[in-house]
Write a protein that binds this ligand. Sequence first.
Ligand SMILES: NC(=O)c1ccc[n+]([C@@H]2O[C@H](COP(=O)([O-])OP(=O)(O)OC[C@H]3O[C@@H](n4cnc5c(N)ncnc54)[C@H](OP(=O)(O)O)[C@@H]3O)[C@@H](O)[C@H]2O)c1
Length: 258
Amino acid sequence: MPQSYALVTGASAGLGSEFARQLAAKGLNLLLVARREDRLKALADTLSQEFGVSVKTLAADLSQSNAPLQIQQFCDDNGLQVDWLINNAGIAGPDLLTDRDWHEQQAFFQLMMLSVVELCHRFVPAMAARGFGRVINVASVAGRIPRSGGCNYGPSKAYLIALSEELNLTVGGQGVNVSALCPGFTHTDFHQTAGLSDMKAGMPGWLWYGAETVVNDAIRGVEGGRPVVLSGRLYRWLDPLFQSVWTRRFFRIKARPE
Ligand SMILES: NC(=O)c1ccc[n+]([C@@H]2O[C@H](COP(=O)([O-])OP(=O)(O)OC[C@H]3O[C@@H](n4cnc5c(N)ncnc54)[C@H](OP(=O)(O)O)[C@@H]3O)[C@@H](O)[C@H]2O)c1
């Protein structure tokens, strides 16, 4: 008899580790996925001791196209029924126009978009058939408004928002809630990994939220069936501005001064 599990990608750091902690605290068994297995195993030991849940780990590189199938096979082989799917792994990524290595670009899109949509493809139909599922696709406020520069991270997150909204409409009536989580700036390893520590140090502290708040908002949002979860009061306030035609016009004028 398969056992119910929450699958968390990118669980070796930041928001993913916090998702693991908060879901374990709810009594959910966990499958933690990322490349750094030593970190996953250390977290698994801590959470299984603290919360008495089963925590399994799988080292996988989600920028490789075979990773989602590898994850599904691991679940099938070990009798894990994925009832919660947290597509969280992500990086800042290359600039579409100035970084000239296409393989690096392709690996980025594989990680940020294709791995997410493939994991949804592999796990959501079974959730719908069982009549229960929770899916959180970690997007970003960067996916809520186009800006000049990059042309890569923001659009990849905009895709996750569109995907989540449409999935939520499609399977919400079958007990499967799908949410795109849109955090603003959050204290994790993300900016250090991207070589943006100086940028972070120069920014005002009030723009930043803790991972605990963001993950708490995400779990409450998906339980409430919300297709898009803006995390943090500041970003909930800013989002209507981002969606306004006037803000979009402002960004257009700023990008193309006459
Ligand atoms: N921090 C922010 O300000 C912010 C804001 C908005 C959205 N987000 C989004 O939040 C999500 C989590 O990021 P974070 O802030 O928690 O950053 P983080 O602390 O750097 O954690 C990133 C996680 O993604 C995993 N990962 C990266 N590349 C991977 C790959 N190829 N295969 C498998 N796992 C991979 C990392 O694990 P390994 O290195 O061990 O593989 C790590 O566990 C991302 O999708 C990010 O875009 C972050």
